[in-house]
Design a protein around this ligand. Structure first.
Ligand code: SER
Length: 317
């Protein structure tokens, strides 16, 4: 796995290790593994823009599947578009080349960011207009196409999911637009309040990390003969905007307060994304079913964060 210390990787590594065995999963990242993190198992330093390094790790460990998660998220990509192209596309190209030469399957996460202002915004269909106006979106559409190309041209087993905003209490996201949701949970526990960088009505689809991890594993284990779309499936679990999330948090944490200081860059990114997506293809082709709705996510996030961030046990009623 590349990007194993990131938002998704931190939880996917342990899920794959408990499913397939600790010594069957090699974690890698461009950051060094933090000491005392409690994670057993192989860890390698890998810069995904370095094909030789990737190739070395794949051959040394006999890797048969690459979960390629290393990438810049939407807001930070917009600050550094050249770096974003280099890491997101350069990294994927090298991963696909190594996969082609070593007969590896590849998982690559796409995103609601792969759509753009010309896309139908409500119940966005699986197959539709994709003309994003952010560098993050441009890399995601290009990645979907390149993964499809490597599948039909070189028979590399590429599969992907268009993740909605992801919510987790394990590793913080870095530089995304949907991050407001994670920040709001942390703000609720730490300060009883949060200043949101998106407008109260900025709706988008979201998912709690356990559902995202399960979706990834289910897609990679799905019968290849049943997959029509591959790169990449629309996916959703719940839909809300900052105002809805604040209200749901206030049910568990009465007195929680929110105010708004809109960041024009991240607001423009959110405004270019779908309000909601239609994930019927994922449901039909490989049986996708979410387990966490907003109420259950709130309960678990606040419960875990209350224990993590404060000593006293403050359960949601
Ligand atoms: N969640 C990501 C972000 O906000 C989009 O895929 O950048």
């Amino acid at each position: 796995m590349t990007g194993a210390l990131g938002q998704i990787g931190s939880e996917l590594v342990s899920a794959l290790r408990s499913r397939y065995g600790v010594d069957r999963v090699v974690a890698s990242d461009v950051r060094m593994h933090p000491r005392g993190s409690g994670q057993n198992g192989a860890f390698e330093y890998v810069d995904v823009t370095n094909g030789r390094q990737l190739q070395g790790v794949v051959r040394r460990h006999g890797v048969d599947t690459i979960y390629h998660l290393a990438a810049l998220l939407s807001a930070v990509a917009e600050e550094k578009p050249q770096v974003a192209w280099n890491v997101n596309m350069g990294g994927l190209y090298r991963v696909l080349e190594v996969a082609r030469e070593n007969h590896c399957a590849v998982f690559h996460p796409s995103s609601i960011g792969a759509f753009g202002p010309g896309t139908p915004r409500e119940a966005t269909p699986q197959d539709t207009i994709q003309r994003p106006n952010t560098i993050y979106g441009v890399t995601k559409v290009s990645a979907e196409l390149l993964c499809d190309y490597y599948h039909h041209r070189f028979q590399v087993e590429t599969r992907g999911l268009r993740f909605p905003g992801l919510i987790s209490h394990v590793a913080p996201p870095g530089g995304g637009t949907s991050d407001y949701a994670v920040e709001m949970f942390f703000g609720a526990i730490r300060h009883g309040r949060y200043t949101c960088f998106l407008r109260p009505d900025s709706s988008m689809d979201m998912m709690f990390m356990p559902d995202a991890i399960r979706a990834t594993i289910e897609l990679m284990e799905a019968d290849a003969n049943k997959l029509i779309h591959r790169n990449a499936f629309n996916l959703t679990a719940m839909n809300f905007n900052p105002r809805d999330l604040a209200a749901a948090i206030a049910v568990c944490r009465p007195g929680f307060e929110i105010d708004y200081e809109v960041d024009p860059v991240r607001q423009a990114i959110a405004d270019s994304w779908p309000l909601s997506v239609d994930d019927r293809a994922a449901r039909e082709e490989w049986g996708w079913r979410p387990e966490y709705d907003l109420a259950r996510t709130c309960e678990e996030m606040l419960d875990v964060l209350a224990k993590k961030l404060k000593p006293e046990d403050e359960r949601c009623p």
